[in-house]
Design a protein around this ligand. Structure first.
Ligand SMILES: [Zn+2]
Length: 667
């Protein structure tokens, strides 16, 4: 990829004739679209009959686009195996938990672990890679599309066999599996790996170990398929490879992106939930640290399918979204989709151009994005996003644990987004980092909602603390073992020793009348909680009322040059939110966090680092305008005028770009 900012759209030329394609290319140029993503559902166009490959259609379109200055991210079409693959072959199809076998149609209907699927996927990808390898228009690759967005764990016979192999590799002997899973319970004891069932339809809940391990197996297998596809492409093409993912899908993004070249995501959050849009940039930036990511799909106005539609964006919001993405580390910002689908199940979805070739309700906003892109491109290319000083641990493995053990409908994405939103609204620059990420350069680490804390993670977190960091662990963190069972040495296992706490009880506090007090705020406590023995020196949060009155729910423990703070419970309601923010504020101050502003809620500051200077992108996301205090004189890079220190106002959905000649100090 070249040194530029990409402004793109998903394109489906296989649905249109040559006249429309020519018209599309002309309009793309007028609109400022400089890249398209193509091919991800076009298997039957590329291989209409089994073994008959014909890539000429796409070669022609890629070349035409390139002659007009539009580059291509080429996709592999594996989410939609054609009828020749599926017809008469139920054994190749995805099987649901209740045993129902998928029929042909829609997408993701085949089992991605079936050996014949892998064989045909290898062949089609090999043919595409060979066919387009020398085309200058191809600047990148996307493997498949949104793995596991409609489906999760397949229960077919092929998966069953692979599951047994996976278990054998993981546990060695079935005796060790029996021990780890505690299979003496309910007479689950197995005499061989072949006897271990898939967690299919059952009268009541499965063993937690079985449910969670099957999810991890499925997540590893889909990443393995992705790696397999990437290695085929790499035989022919040096262009970087990605996959378009999301926090919502049944994948482990950390494993998935490990062997890919750049990270990308799809998001359709509406303005009411703009933190759920922003969280992606702060997370995907860190799946391939130091590399730009792409927003591979977002709507120009509203997401829709035959049976749903979202509210359209207000005018101006799309520009704010795009500015935020570029400022937070995106190289590409791409719509789903260019021309409205004329068929299929997503006909109502918003687009750049209608099916009849006219600008849509979002079109003027796309033009605004293009104007903004041109304006900020040199600034973005000369700077890099700043690493945050505060990180939040993000774990899709924890998502699997919470899916198995959801208590009262806990939703991993909603929980993490809620914590994120609190930090965001405090004006703190933040990173979401996967479990395996380096902790170098951070001052505060938040690790909420991670039931299983691995020894490896714990060792690194401990070192981070010894070197002066503040690690805030909880709520819900540490109470389960690797195999998703309860610790039997102490409630939180190894974490409990490291954190210097003694857990007396664990129980659900929701609606139990429990009130906790910390940082001068009293709030009801909820969720599955750990109660700590009161300790004059360590207790920071006291339980004032309830079953554990007089005990503690927040403890801090000094270790080396830093501190571990255990948050044993989830403060609830408005007071609880205030308490959490006070907690983060307290430890951020203690840790001397400097990447923080007083930006008003609904507006963000995205800091970037140039050579000896900083650039602040100040962007209003909520449409209400806002302000931030500028600590020193700056230069407004849009007008090249000096800006005085003090209050900087920002209008509805506006963005301002301020250069500050200061290397380190943020406020
Ligand atoms: Zn399967």
């Amino acid at each position: 990829m070249g040194k530029k900012l990409y402004h793109g759209a998903a394109y489906y030329p296989e649905l249109w004739d040559e006249k429309v394609i020519d018209e599309d290319i002309k309009m793309m140029k007028q609109t400022g679209i400089n890249v398209v993503r193509m091919g991800e559902f076009a298997w039957s166009n590329m291989e209409p009959k089994e073994g008959q490959f014909d890539l000429s259609f796409f070669i022609n379109v890629i070349n035409k686009l390139y002659e007009n200055g539009i580059e291509t991210v080429m996709c592999t079409p594996t989410p939609t195996p054609p009828i020749w693959f599926t017809d008469g072959h139920p054994e190749r199809m995805y099987v649901e938990r209740d045993g129902r076998v998928m029929g042909h149609g829609s997408r993701q209907h085949a089992c991605t672990n079936h050996s014949y699927f892998r064989e045909r996927a290898t062949l089609i990808t090999e043919h595409i890679a060979q066919a387009v390898r020398s085309l200058p228009g191809v600047i990148g690759w996307q493997i498949d599309n949104e793995f596991k967005c409609h489906v999760s764990e397949c229960m077919c016979a092929a998966c069953k066999e692979l599951w047994h192999q996976w278990l054998e590799e993981r546990y060695g002997t079935v005796e060790q599996l029996n021990e780890a899973w505690g299979t003496q319970i309910w007479s689950e004891y197995y005499h061989s790996f072949e006897q271990v069932p898939q967690p299919g339809h059952a009268p009541f809940l499965h063993n937690s170990s079985l449910s969670t391990m099957y999810q991890l197996f499925s997540m590893e297998k889909i990443a393995e398929f992705c790696d397999e596809q990437a290695s085929i492409i790499r035989k022919y093409s040096g262009a970087p490879i990605t996959h378009n993912s999301s926090v919502m899908f049944s994948v482990d993004n950390e494993i998935l992106f490990k062997n890919l070249d750049f990270a990308s995501f799809d998001t359709y959050a509406t303005i009411d939930n703009f933190p759920a849009y922003l969280i992606n940039s702060d997370l995907w930036r860190n799946f391939k640290k130091g590399k730009d990511f792409w927003v591979m799909e977002t709507s120009t106005s509203y997401a829709a399918s035959l049976e749903s539609y979202a509210s359209p964006h207000p005018n101006g919001y799309l520009k704010a979204e795009a500015a935020a993405a570029y400022a937070l580390g995106a190289e590409g910002f791409s719509y789903w989709l260019w021309r409205q689908q004329r068929a299929g199940c997503e006909q109502p979805h918003s687009s750049v151009i209608s099916a009849w070739g006219k600008p849509t309700v979002g079109y003027a906003n796309v033009l605004e994005v293009e104007k903004m892109r041109k304006e900020i491109e040199p600034i973005i290319l000369a700077t890099r996003p700043r690493q945050a000083e505060l990180a939040i641990t993000y774990s899709d493995r924890a998502k699997a644990f919470l899916k198995t053990e959801s208590h009262r409908g806990l939703n991993h994405r909603a929980l993490v987004t809620d914590i994120y939103e609190k930090v965001l609204s405090m004006g703190i620059h933040r990173d979401l980092i996967p479990e395996g990420a380096s902790l170098e350069g951070y001052k505060v680490l938040l690790t909420p909602f991670i039931p299983y804390v691995s020894s490896e993670f714990l060792a690194r977190a401990k070192q981070f603390v010894e070197n002066g960091g503040v690690w805030i662990a909880g709520p819900l963190t540490g109470g389960r073992t690797e195999s998703h069972t309860v610790h039997t040495d102490q409630a939180l296992g190894e974490l409990e020793n490291t954190a210097g706490v003694e857990v007396l009880f664990t129980y659900p506090m929701d609606n139990s009348g429990t009130i906790g007090r910390a940082f001068d705020v009293s709030a009801p406590l909820g969720m599955w909680s750990s109660v700590f023995e009161f300790d004059q020196e360590k207790s920071v949060g006291m339980i004032e009322q309830g079953l554990s009155e007089g005990k503690s729910f927040i403890n801090e423990h000094c270790l080396g040059a830093g501190k571990i703070v255990m948050l044993g419970s989830m403060p609830q309601g408005a007071e609880g939110a205030l308490m959490l923010q006070k907690l983060v504020d307290h430890y951020s101050q203690e840790a001397n966090l400097s990447l923080r502003t007083d930006v008003t809620k609904g507006t963000i500051v995205a800091p970037r680092q140039g050579d000896g200077y900083s650039v602040w992108f100040v962007i209003n996301m909520d449409g209400n305008g806002g302000s931030v205090t500028l600590p020193m004189e700056g230069i407004d890079l849009q007008t090249n005028r000096k800006v005085s220190p003090g209050k900087l106002e920002i209008g509805k959905f506006e963005y301002r770009v301020i250069r500050i000649n200061d290397k380190e100090c943020f406020r």
